[in-house]
Design a protein around this ligand. Structure first.
Ligand code: UN1
Length: 494
């Protein structure tokens, strides 16, 4: 056992508790394969207790004035800020991303926490005139109730914070199930919320498998809304199951995000964008640039420059300054990425770089580039979630956009061009929730909506003011002060 080894518990009703199953699992550092913590495998009974605790805490929390809830969330933001460096290092150890990116992850959590705290003094509804005299019309926001948040491992603090903070400021109480690959940072976040003054029962954390704990959450009738970020298959399953209890569901699923490089693009800038979007976080982002659709007039130059840059990327432990690309989260993901490289070769794509696991201790995969990729190949259509970039030819903008749109996902997208016309065409025609112009597919900011179209989600948007739509019910209020019966649609002159 390593020095920092600790056994973590479930957090239910303000208490740290063992799971009823008595079973635990190990949290492994992907760069060193060391066990860094022991976590509880929650059973259905534990999930039931967590939901009940959240339900009990709901009346008081939802009745607390939102600006008061905001004060608590502001304190959480300050604690996150004070502990940024320590949390970032832990995040690099637990998840693997390089330290500057881990700092970005924590910063994103700090940003959304401040942003959500400020919403405590907004939470705006609408007012609008009535069609009748002496009558006021407005909307007010109400919390939904107990909400469940199921989060992935690739942004161990930022994504939980994206969901927790808007849910809490709106007055909901929470059951939070983090990924089993990154439960340590989740536990840190829960401790910070508690330290900031979030009352017992308002946030409950259960760790464990999707098959047991996740399933118990989805099937619990008292959970009124769920927010999930993860795979398409799991998302589809949640949506189907949740319909039985009419839960509101918000899904953030996969991506197969294209960067279009036009013949008038600044090629060096586009190469920077592909390196950052394709290999940053070892390609383990929903927003990762996994397809690069390049105008055929510039593809040779582009390919050469990209290869030169990608070939210099240094794999290693994310804590070291010399590292550009960290490890893959676990062996299953590593095998999946390797499997896709075999598929790509069998499909006839040309492997330009990488394509294999690195001979290092830890889960490392070499930055990989395929060229001569066509849109019928699986590597061009399916989410790989690793450092694998596919180069695809396009004859013109129309062809590039058609190829960009020919996959089932639609999260992020980007175009490199000096032409305003091409840029606006892409904004208009690319089927995606996000389009970047002359910037990579990654790097969304917390005060703008985040989400995708088609199989990427079910229409909701996280972050920004739209995060509140995810976690509030609107009530429409008609306030008649005429003192007489007034019939809408009927008692109207003219
Ligand atoms: C994700 O990969 O699930 O834009 C989220 C980005 C980050 C968020 C990514 N701000 O890449």
């Amino acid at each position: 056992m390593g020095e920092c080894m600790q056994e973590y518990k479930l957090f239910i009703g303000g208490e740290w508790a063992d799971s009823s199953t008595g079973e635990t699992f190990k949290d492994t550092a992907p760069a060193t394969l060391e066990t860094i913590g022991i976590f509880q495998k929650a059973g259905a009974q534990d999930v039931g207790r967590a939901v009940d605790a959240a339900e009990d805490a709901f009346p008081a929390w939802s009745s607390t004035p939102a600006p008061q809830r905001g004060k608590i969330i502001f304190r959480a933001a300050r604690i996150l800020e004070e502990r940024k460096e320590e949390l970032s290092r832990k995040l690099t150890i637990e998840m693997g991303k390089v330290l500057p990116e881990a700092r970005g992850d924590v910063q994103e959590a700090i940003d959304i926490t401040y942003y959500a705290a400020g919403e405590g003094r907004r939470l705006f509804g609408e007012t609008t005139p009535s069609e009748l005299p002496d009558k006021a019309c407005m909307t007010v926001r109400r919390p939904i109730g107990v909400v469940a948040l199921i989060t992935p491992w690739n942004f161990p603090v930022a994504i939980p914070a994206w969901k927790l903070m808007p849910a809490l400021i709106a007055g909901n109480t929470v059951v939070f199930k983090p990924s089993s690959d990154t439960p340590m940072l989740a536990a840190e976040l829960v401790k910070i919320l508690t330290e900031a003054g979030v009352p017992a029962g308002v946030v409950n954390m259960v760790t464990g498998s999707g098959e047991v704990a996740g399933k118990a959450i989805v099937n619990n009738m008292k959970v009124r809304a769920m927010s999930f970020t993860g795979s398409l298959d799991t998302g589809k399953w949640i949506l189907g199951e949740a319909s039985k209890s009419m839960k509101r569901v918000s899904l953030e699923l996969g991506g197969k995000n294209p960067i279009i490089v036009m013949d008038d693009a600044n090629i060096d800038l586009a190469v920077d964008g592909v390196i950052w979007g394709g290999f940053g976080t070892s390609g383990q982002r929903c927003t990762a640039a996994s397809r690069v659709i390049v105008h055929e007039k510039v593809i040779d130059t582009f390919r050469e420059k990209l290869l030169a840059r990608a070939g210099k990327l240094r794999l290693g432990n994310g804590l070291l300054e010399s590292t550009d690309v960290g490890p893959i989260i676990n062996n299953t993901q590593l095998r999946k990425i390797a499997g896709y490289c075999d598929i790509g070769k069998n499909e006839g794509a040309t492997l330009l770089l990488g394509g294999k696991q690195a001979k290092m201790n830890g889960y490392f995969f070499e930055p990989t580039i395929f060229t001569d990729v066509t849109m019928d190949m699986r590597i061009a259509r399916e989410e790989i979630f690793g450092p694998v970039v596919s180069l695809i030819n396009a004859s013109d903008l129309g062809d590039a956009i058609e190829k960009a749109n020919s996959v089932e996902y639609g999260l992020s997208s980007s175009i490199y061009t000096e032409s305003m016309r091409s840029a606006f065409k892409a904004i208009e025609k690319v089927d995606a929730g996000l389009t970047y112009v002359n910037a990579s597919t990654i790097g969304s900011e917390v005060h703008l909506p985040f989400g995708g179209v088609k199989a990427t989600g079910n229409g909701t948007r996280e972050a920004g003011s739209t995060a509140l739509e995810e976690f509030t019910e609107l009530k429409t209020v008609y306030f008649d002060y005429s003192g007489r019966l007034q019939r809408a649609q009927i008692d109207i002159e003219g």
